[in-house]
Design a protein around this ligand. Structure first.
Ligand SMILES: CSC[C@@H](O)[C@@H](O)C(=O)COP(=O)(O)O
Length: 375
């Protein structure tokens, strides 16, 4: 097992190249795969070789950027014949990319930004240049946004908890692997750790895809952060025992509605309920690119349902063998339901931490007014 790389995306403009770390193989194998077209970007996102709301938006944008850069060097390519052919290609590529995963808003937002640029310009070379620049900007901005989320979130939790050192619980993978780098909820944990305020980070396996057991474990071990893996079903027991001064549960987000209702990895909602019951903070950490001001509440969020085989089979390395194996758990004929996300109502959320600051609820409505707060 190699735990030496935390870069989800490796990109260069010249020569045009985009590589992603295949997260289906982590933590057992570190394999980077090339993406040379928007079609390949779609496939990698759909198969979850790359995942995490910010990361899929960025990879979608960069896959179109490298596609255009690589094909532009071929003067006979029909899509560069005139601006209408290019616009048609950009539109169909973005529509296709958007159809890969429905819940995380970052993918839709990235796509809208690239389409708005394309629509306004009338020169083939300028359209390509602007798409490439904007996709590169998304990659750069995300890391800085995450550093700010880490800083604001750590300050807020430390201030509210009023003890010098405390522990936190997290769910899914929200770190460097889910973003352009550093991470959102895991960014706050990194920031607390670097300020010597963190006693311990508990993290859930995150069934069925095991983003916690495979990916968060990989990142926390890489950074040598004192941490313990637990099953998704153990969090209430952990909080009830009052172990290690746990002060907060910190999670990421795939889409936050304007009232603060938050779609995140399946299992998040039950964590928010148990946090409330045990009087712990429940913190959502997300860049503003994960906030969807076009929807009023979580009722409007489309929840992705994935292949039931993700529940039926577990994957891993059998001792002393090099190949990753799939093992069936339930008997043949079993019925499964596999929603990938759930929606946590705003009333259960203590604060939403973005790169712009920490947002709190309106006392009267018990909801967040994010359109106002983001102005
Ligand atoms: C910074 S990542 C935040 C969320 O995207 C994360 O918690 C999550 O739910 C990821 O889901 P995934 O299905 O692995 O793409």
């Amino acid at each position: 097992m190699s735990t030496n790389s935390l870069s989800t995306v490796i990109y260069t403009r010249s020569p045009p190249s985009l590589k992603i770390l295949n997260q289906l193989l982590l933590p057992h194998k570190t394999v980077y795969e090339s993406i040379t077209s928007a079609q390949e970007g779609y496939e990698q996102i759909k198969q979850m070789k790359v995942r995490g709301a910010p990361a899929i938006g960025i990879v979608a944008a960069l896959s179109l950027a490298v596609d255009l850069l690589l094909q532009y060097s071929n003067p006979t390519c029909p899509m560069f014949k005139d601006q209408e052919s290019l616009k048609g290609y950009v539109k169909s590529s973005l529509d296709h990319l958007k159809s890969s995963r429905p819940t995380a808003v970052n993918l839709f937002r990235a796509s809208d930004i690239l389409w708005n640029i394309t629509e306004k310009e009338n020169d083939v070379k300028i359209i390509i240049e602007k798409i490439v620049k904007e996709a590169e900007k998304m990659l750069i901005d995300d890391i800085q946004d995450n550093k700010n989320i880490g800083k604001f979130g750590a300050e807020f939790i430390a201030k509210e908890s009023q003890i010098e050192k405390f522990s936190v619980v997290t769910h899914c993978n929200t770190g460097s692997l889910a973003t352009a780098g550093y991470g959102t909820a895991l960014g706050i944990i990194r920031s607390l750790y670097s300020q010597n305020k963190l006693s311990h980070a508990y993290f859930t396996e995150t069934r069925p895809y095991n983003q916690g057991a495979r990916l968060t474990a990989y990142e926390l071990i890489h950074d040598k952060i004192t941490s313990t893996l637990i099953c998704d079903s153990m969090v209430s027991a952990l909080l009830s025992l009052n172990k290690d001064n746990i002060e907060a549960i910190i999670v990421g987000a795939d889409r936050v509605a304007s009232n603060g209702d938050t779609a995140n990895k399946i299992g998040t909602y039950q964590l928010a309920i148990t946090a409330k019951y045990h009087n712990k903070m429940f913190i959502v950490a997300a860049p503003s690119t994960s906030i969807d001001l076009n929807i009023k509440s979580g009722k409007d969020i489309i929840i992705e349902e994935r292949d039931g085989n993700e529940i039926i089979y577990v994957k891993g390395i059998v001792e002393n063998e090099l190949e990753i194996k799939k093992v069936r758990l339930p008997p043949e004929g079993v019925k499964v339901w596999n929603p990938s996300f759930d929606v946590t109502p705003a009333e259960l959320i203590t604060a939403i931490v973005t790169e712009k600051g920490v947002f709190m609820k309106d006392n009267e409505t018990n909801e967040f007014n994010l359109s106002e707060l983001l102005k």
